[in-house]
Design a protein around this ligand. Structure first.
Ligand code: CP
Ligand code: NVA
Length: 373
């Protein structure tokens, strides 16, 4: 598989194949109507300046791959879009079609992307691969999938099992690809969560953020986004359930640059003094794969996972250890009575619906940046 660079998908193609253009350029056979050039009318209609965003990467596959500046710029743009309730970017995807390819179930990601695309004047196409048990690369090769899609649409948003397949799609397609969750990463969630924490505390720099439970995709993207922003992150997982060591090391390199820190422990009492207490389900979608598909992550059967996490439930007693002004966060969907009690998720410290709303604004910013709209 040819390697890609940050600025273009590939410099050369396989011998004998036609040279392909950089990802930032529209495909030759593009059929979408020309995008309006002037944006001043949309901005002035909103009475707010139109945010502009340039990202250093052609895709959003992980938070780690973004530069520190990218993360700051996404949050700044998302906040500007939110302040105008989207009116300052109302026509920015005019004439653009965006495919949403989902191998797994979704409420927030699917709806927030679809609404965000529509609010920016674009055309979302939802393709529910999961409904038929299909996956990218099963019915036809990943290359054929990507090279068809780029002829039809301007961007791919994909929720997948395999991060490697997603990276292959991004490598093959000349259009931007957004990771809407894979087994290993959930960058849209991590960026939206960074927006929420910033709103609640003014900054992530120096803020004490703990994640307790399974060191899964959500945990990894939270860790990566907070380390890009100088947060002090404590990961509390039972032995055997921590995030992969290489991802922690990569996040540590960012923390070293931003003044952040990472602590990994199995001791649930490390919630003491934390300003953010975050958890997610103990059995992710890829741990309970649909019929016909083996779970990808080898994470053990659901019953043994639930048993392993029993001492890591976020309940009132645990929240009492945290800072008195701490917030509770969860990406949702929650399994009430497992990783969190009703009293916490419905309690005064809960920020879960603010988090969910911020998916919309953060993703609108990301789309703006990747489409250079
Ligand atoms: N948090 C999140 O990604 O929710 P969905 O699975 O409902 O999209
Ligand atoms: N860790 C969960 C997140 C769902 C939004 C999963 O992958 O199922």
């Amino acid at each position: 598989m040819p390697k890609k660079t940050s600025s273009s998908r590939r410099s050369t193609d396989a011998p004998g194949t036609k040279a392909r253009t950089a990802k930032s350029r529209p495909p030759a056979a593009r059929t979408s109507p020309a995008r309006p050039v002037a944006k001043a009318t949309g901005a002035s209609r909103a009475g707010a300046s139109a945010p502009a965003l340039t990202l250093s990467r052609p895709d959003l596959l992980t938070v780690a791959a973004l530069s520190i500046d990218d993360v700051h710029n996404i949050l700044r743009t998302a906040a500007a879009i939110k302040a105008a309730r989207g009116a300052n970017v109302a026509d920015r995807l005019s004439g653009r079609a965006v495919a949403m390819i989902f191998e797994k179930a979704s409420l927030r990601t699917r709806v927030s992307f679809e609404v965000g695309i529509a609010r920016m004047g674009g055309h979302p196409i939802f393709y529910d691969l999961g409904a038929s048990g299909d996956r990218i690369g099963l019915r036809e090769s990943v290359r054929d999938f990507a090279r068809n899609m780029e002829r039809f649409v301007d961007m791919i948003i994909a929720r997948v099992y395999s991060q490697a397949i997603l990276e292959e799609v991004a490598d093959e397609a000349r259009i931007p690809v957004i990771n809407a969750l894979s087994d290993d990463h959930h960058p849209c969630q991590g960026l939206a969560d960074a927006l929420t924490i910033t709103e609640k505390f003014g900054t992530i720099r120096g803020t004490r953020v703990c994640y307790i439970g399974d060191g899964n995709n959500v945990c990894v993207s939270l860790l990566e986004s907070c380390c890009k922003l100088g947060g002090h992150v404590t990961i509390i997982c039972p032995e055997g359930y921590t995030p992969p060591a290489e991802l922690i090391a990569r996040a540590q390199a960012d923390a070293d640059l931003t003044g952040g820190s990472i602590t990994v422990t199995a001791d649930a009492r490390a919630v003491r003094g934390q300003q953010v207490v975050y958890t997610d389900c103990w059995v992710s979608m890829h741990h309970a794969a649909p019929a016909g598909h083996a779970p990808d992550a080898g994470g053990g059967d659901p019953a043994s996972r639930v048993a392993a996490f029993a001492a890591y439930q976020v309940n009132d007693e645990l929240m009492d250890l945290a800072d008195t002004r701490a917030i509770f966060m969860h990406c949702l969907p929650a399994h009430r009575g497992e990783e969190v009690t009703d009293s916490v998720i419905d309690g005064r410290q809960s920020a879960v619906y603010d988090q969910a709303e911020n998916r919309l604004w953060a993703q609108m910013a990301v789309m703006l940046g990747l489409l250079k709209a």
